[in-house]
Design a protein around this ligand. Structure first.
Ligand SMILES: [Zn+2]
Length: 500
C-alpha cells in the first residue's frame, strides 16, 4: 500500500519539471516515499490518497493580496469541480491583468466563499462571463449580485453568456424556451427584487467613475452560439420581446483596454454552451477557459488560431464512469448506475485520455500551450495519479490539475504556479474602488430630514408602523446605545412611504 507520494513523483506526473516551472517552497523532500506501485487499484485506492492533494500542497505558498505585476496575467482558480465539497467549490476562474482589468469566468455554487478568502473586492468582480447556465457555473451569481453594492461593487454588473438553445420541447409541440442569458438575467433581476430594494436604504452607486449606473443594474450581453453575434439588454430598459436580433460581432464578447475576450461553441449537454479566449493584446498573453465540453474541433481551432499557442489552456476533464460510480458509493456491477455515468460523460464531458489527445493535437500543430490545466475535476492524489497516467499516454507537455486557491502568475518569461494561503476566518476585503473617496449618491430609500441621525440613509424607511410600534426601545437595554442617545422617531423623514 502506498502511504505517501513523493514530490518527485508528483513533479514527474505533472510534467512540471519538463516545463521548467518554478515550484519552489515545497515541504516534502524528493524521494522520501515509495513510488506508486504498478498495481495501484483505481477503484479502491489507499485511504490516504483520497484525502489529500499532494500536487497542490507542494506548490510554493503566496499571499493572495500580493499586487499583480504590470506585465502579469494572474489566473486564480476559485472553484474547480462539479461535486461541491469542502476542498473544492463549483466552477470559477478569476483573471486579473497588470493593467487593472479583472474578469470572473463562471460563478458556481460556493465560490464567493473563496473570493472572500482571497480578499478579492466586489469592485473587481463586475464583469462575469458564463460558459453556460448550469447551476454549478451560475449559483453564486446571486451572492455576488446581492452583496456587491453593500461592499465596493456599486457599479452595474456586466453578465455575458450564451443565447437560447433553439430546442423544441418534445412534450409541447411548437414550444421553444427563451433559455438564453438575457432572459436569465431579466428573471434573475426580478427574483432578487426584495433583496435589492431592501438593501437600498444604503448607497448603491458611486458619484464618480460609475456613470453607467447603479450596483443593482445588470447589463447583460447574449452571445449567439450559432453565428458569433451579440445583443445587449440593460435591466433599466424594457425586455426585447420577440425573435432575438443579434449584431454581428465576429465572435467577440468584449474588447476594451487592450483586452479581447472572444467566444466559440462548446459541446456540453444542450445547444448553447460556449468557451472563452482572453487575449491581452498589449502584452501578448492569452488564456482559454473551456467551461464544460466534450472534446471538440472548435477548441482545436481556437487554441491554434494565433501566431503562437495560448499561454494557459484551461480545459475540463472527468474521471472514468466506473470511478464516478464507485466514488459515489455505488458498484460497477450496477448496470443502471454505470449507464447513467456513461450517459453523462457522453452528453457533456472530456475523458482523461481525450484531454491528453487534445493537447497532443494542439502540440502537433506547433501551438502547444505553455501550460495546460485540467479542471472541473475532483482533484485528490488517487484521481490525479490515474488522470496524469492517461494524459501522459498522449501528451508530454506541461500539465497540471487545478484546485481551489491554485494561482498562476503568467508573464512572457514564466508561469509560476502557486498555492494561495488564505484565512478560514476572512471578513470582506477593504474597498479597492479607485474613486471611493469621492463618495456615493444618496440611497434610493433616503431620508434627509434633520431628525434622522443616519441621514441620508433611511434604515426605517421600509417598515410599516405596525412593525415599528413593536420594536423594543433601545434605552431599555442600553442607555448608551446609539439608538437611545440619537432617537429616530416615527414619523420623521421623507423615506416612510407606508400606506397604513
Ligand atoms: Zn459544470
Amino acid at each position: 500500500m502506498v502511504e505517501r507520494i513523493s514530490r518527485r513523483e508528483m513533479l514527474k506526473l505533472s510534467g512540471a519539471a519538463l516545463g521548467g516551472l518554478a515550484l519552489g517552497g515545497c515541504s516534502a523532500s524528493a524521494g522520501d516515499a515509495p513510488p506508486i506501485p504498478a498495481d495501484f487499484d483505481e477503484l479502491n485506492p489507499p485511504f490516504p490518497l483520497t484525502q489529500r492533494n499532494t500536487l497542490f500542497a507542494n506548490l510554493a505558498p503566496m499571499n493572495p493580496i500580493e499586487p499583480v505585476g504590470a506585465n502579469e496575467m494572474r489566473i486564480a482558480f476559485m472553484g474547480t469541480t462539479v461535486v461541491q465539497r469542502r476542498t473544492q467549490f463549483c466552477s470559477s476562474v478569476y483573471v486579473e491583468l497588470g493593467n487593472g482589468e479583472s474578469f470572473v469566468f463562471d460563478c458556481g455554487a460556493g465560490v464567493t466563499v473563496n473570493y472572500t478568502a482571497m480578499q478579492i473586492p466586489m469592485s473587481k468582480m463586475r464583469k462575469v462571463f458564463l460558459t453556460h447556465l448550469h447551476g454549478d457555473h451560475t449559483s453564486d451569481l446571486t451572492h455576488l449580485y446581492c452583496f456587491g453594492p453593500q461592499q465596493d461593487g456599486k457599479s452595474p454588473l456586466y453578465v455575458f453568456g450564451h443565447s437560447a438553445s433553439g430546442i423544441e420541447d418534445p412534450q409541447i409541440p411548437g414550444k421553444y424556451y427563451d433559455d438564453g442569458t438575457l432572459n436569465f438575467c431579466r428573471h434573475f433581476r426580478e427574483m432578487n427584487r426584495w433583496h435589492t430594494e431592501s438593501q437600498s436604504f444604503v448607497p448603491t452607486r458611486w458619484k464618480v467613475g460609475a456613470e453607467d449606473g447603479d450596483g443593482y443594474d445588470i447589463i447583460a450581453t447574449e452571445l449567439d452560439w450559432r453565428t458569433g453575434g451579440r445583443r445587449t439588454w440593460t435591466s433599466a430598459d424594457p425586455y426585447p420581446e420577440g425573435a432575438p436580433v443579434f449584431r454581428p460581432s465576429g465572435w467577440v464578447a468584449y474588447e476594451k483596454n487592450g483586452v479581447r475576450i472572444s467566444f466559440f461553441p462548446a459541446v456540453h449537454d444542450r445547444n448553447g454552451s460556449i468557451s472563452y479566449k482572453l487575449e491581452w493584446l498589449d502584452k501578448g498573453l492569452s488564456m482559454i477557459f473551456a467551461g464544460d465540453t466534450k472534446p471538440n474541433q472548435f477548441m482545436l481551432d481556437n487554441a491554434t488560431s494565433g501566431s503562437t499557442g495560448v499561454d494557459v489552456l484551461i480545459h475540463e476533464m472527468v474521471v472514468p464512469p466506473e470511478v464516478w460510480v464507485v466514488k459515489n458509493g455505488g458498484s460497477v456491477d450496477d448496470v443502471a448506475a454505470m449507464n447513467l455515468a456513461r450517459s453523462i460523460q457522453e452528453n457533456s464531458h472530456t475523458p482523461e485520455k481525450a484531454f491528453g489527445y487534445l493537447m497532443n493535437e494542439i502540440a502537433k500543430r506547433g501551438k502547444a500551450p505553455r501550460l495546460a490545466v485540467a479542471t472541473h475535476f475532483q482533484a485528490e492524489d488517487d484521481t490525479i495519479i490515474k488522470a496524469m497516467e492517461r494524459i501522459r499516454s498522449w501528451y508530454a507537455g506541461p500539465v497540471t490539475v487545478a484546485a481551489d486557491f491554485m494561482v498562476l502568475k503568467v508573464t512572457r518569461d514564466s508561469i509560476d504556479q502557486r498555492r494561495a494561503v488564505v484565512s478560514d476566518y476572512s471578513w470582506d476585503p477593504p474597498s479597492a474602488y479607485p474613486y471611493a473617496s469621492q463618495g456615493t449618491y444618496p440611497p434610493k430609500y433616503a431620508d434627509t430630514s434633520s431628525c434622522n441621525p443616519y441621514k441620508p440613509m433611511a434604515p426605517l424607511a421600509q417598515f410599516d408602523p405596525s412593525l415599528l410600534d413593536k420594536v423594543v426601545d433601545p434605552c431599555l437595554y442600553d442607555a448608551s446605545d446609539f439608538g437611545c442617545t440619537n432617537p429616530y422617531p416615527y414619523p420623521c423623514g421623507v423615506g416612510k412611504k407606508s400606506a397604513t
